[in-house]
Design a protein around this ligand. Structure first.
Ligand code: AMP
Length: 418
């Protein structure tokens, strides 16, 4: 037999092992709990979509195209693994008839997203997001609602030192004229810009504002700001968002350089960072309004607002902040047969499972070794028995914390352990 190397996980993806899942579960449960508390219902959409759904929307398709997991299926369809949830959720909103129901449709989704990014610490090719969308209502009150939802979630998982970055990027009424101003400002500076920014200048000038390259920084502060060039409705919405955040006692930092590269984004954009870390690392959650998305997908024009929280990032920070997760036993009760008593051990476990989680140690090893193993998996009780006990349908019930042990009937176990 030729020796082959063991087959490892695909580059850029990772396993989340049971020990880590305990912390992830805390974050996911808080997400679901908080979403429900705000009146949001869970939705699941497929991880595969037509590539066109993701590629059609937006102008700066470069970034999207470069990172997209795109493939042809056996039927010749051009498909993609979703890089984010919003496009699919908006599609489902129409296809599932949620547009006919009460508005807004308040939806949340927790699931994996895929981007063919350069793998590095904290950035994976499969990662997980908590995604929240309110579709069908343009009121800026809903912008603040999703901001408050994101913030409540982060606080509930213990990340209470937060910085909220806030901006507006106008809409298709006021943005085109602003972009012309921005181009006019940057054109004379073109030679001094980074090559990526030279290209952006004509195709997507808004992205000049969030460029992180040092050579482009000196020009930002004098660039025209969109907040000085909003149309009436956008200016009103922008004032309402800030007023409602103030009323809610939510601090924010106005950041004129916070933008989105795609055309369908409108008005409010926001990002949550750990306090003191804005811009230096990945956001914990980011979101905004996307009133142009439905139309870009070919549906009737419909407003929407939402955010995506990065579960990889959030759980990493929870762990580094020392979030205590009590180790969970794989099973509360471990059944330890002394000898070859497989059917009997399985029967005892079956009886116990009505009230408690139970597992059997089937390994052919000494009772002592089994006891040591039971300790390692944090079992709360052990049920020990040998062939004699089995004859009499009794076992020794041992409390693993106190070491107390007593003989009990199998039939009495559910009541004793309940
Ligand atoms: P975005 O969809 O890029 O606005 O990001 C929303 C959230 O997803 C942020 O909290 C990011 O930290 C997280 N995120 C985005 N891309 C990745 C990735 N490749 N790996 C891990 N988390 C990611």
């Amino acid at each position: 037999m030729p020796r082959t190397a063991p087959i490892k996980a695909v580059r850029g993806v990772r396993d989340i092992l049971p020990e880590e899942r305990a912390l992830w579960r805390v974050a996911e449960r808080a997400a679901a709990r908080v979403a429900h508390r705000f009146g949001y219902r869970e939705i699941q959409t497929p991880v595969i979509e037509h590539a066109e759904l993701i590629e059609r929307v937006g102008e700066d398709t470069d970034a999207v195209a470069k990172e997209l997991y795109r493939f042809e299926d056996r039927g010749g369809r051009q498909l993609a693994l979703r890089p984010e949830a919003t496009a699919g959720v908006v599609r489902a909103y129409f296809e599932g008839g949620l547009n006919q129901g009460p508005q807004p449709a308040r939806l949340y989704l927790i699931g994996p997203m895929f981007r063919y990014d350069r793998p590095q610490k904290g950035r994976y090719r499969q990662f997980f997001q908590f995604n929240v969308e309110a579709i069908g209502v343009g009121s800026p009150a809903v912008d603040v609602e999703v901001i408050e939802l994101a913030r409540t979630w982060l606080i509930e998982v213990g990340l209470d030192k937060l910085a909220l970055e806030l901006n507006t990027i106008g809409d298709d009424q006021c943005r085109p004229a602003y972009l012309e101003l921005l181009r006019a400002y940057y054109r004379p500076l073109k030679d001094k810009l980074h090559p990526d920014c030279q290209r952006r200048l004509e195709v997507n000038p808004l992205r000049l504002l969030d460029c992180k390259v040092p050579q482009c920084q000196p020009f930002k502060s004098r660039a025209p700001k969109i907040t000085d060039h909003l149309c009436e409705p956008c200016a009103t919405a922008w004032a309402v968002v800030r007023k409602l955040l103030d009323a809610a006692g939510i601090d924010y930092h106005l950041n004129p350089y916070l933008v989105r590269g795609l055309d369908y984004y409108t008005r409010t954009v926001f990002e949550f960072y750990p306090a003191g870390a804005s811009g230096q690392q990945d956001a914990l959650a980011s979101g905004g309004r996307y009133d142009g998305l439905a139309a870009a997908e070919g549906w009737p024009s419909t407003p929407g607002v939402g955010f995506a929280g990065g579960l990889d990032r959030v759980t990493e920070l929870m762990a580094s902040e020392g979030e205590e997760v009590v180790p969970e036993p794989a099973a509360e009760v471990i059944v330890l047969p002394d000898g070859d008593l497989v059917a009997e051990a399985a029967e005892i476990a079956r009886v116990i499972r009505v009230v408690r989680s139970a597992a059997v140690d089937y390994e052919p090893r000494s009772l002592r070794a089994k006891m040591r193993a039971a300790d390692k998996v944090y079992a709360r009780w052990a049920v020990l028995f040998n062939a004699d006990d089995a004859q009499r349908r009794v076992a020794q019930l041992r409390d693993m914390r106190t070491g107390e042990q007593s003989e009990v009937l199998w039939s009495a176990l559910p009541e004793l352990l309940a």
